[in-house]
Design a protein. Structure first.
Length: 29
């Protein structure tokens, strides 16, 4: 159960970082 929650947290963090990265690229264009 703990592992399940941890993997979800990791996935959402990855998606969040990707979102931020894309927004940063837009700013620098």
């Amino acid at each position: 159960m703990i592992l399940y929650v941890f993997s979800i947290a990791l996935l959402t963090e990855k998606g969040y970082n990707l979102k931020i990265h894309k927004e940063r690229e837009k700013k620098y264009e």
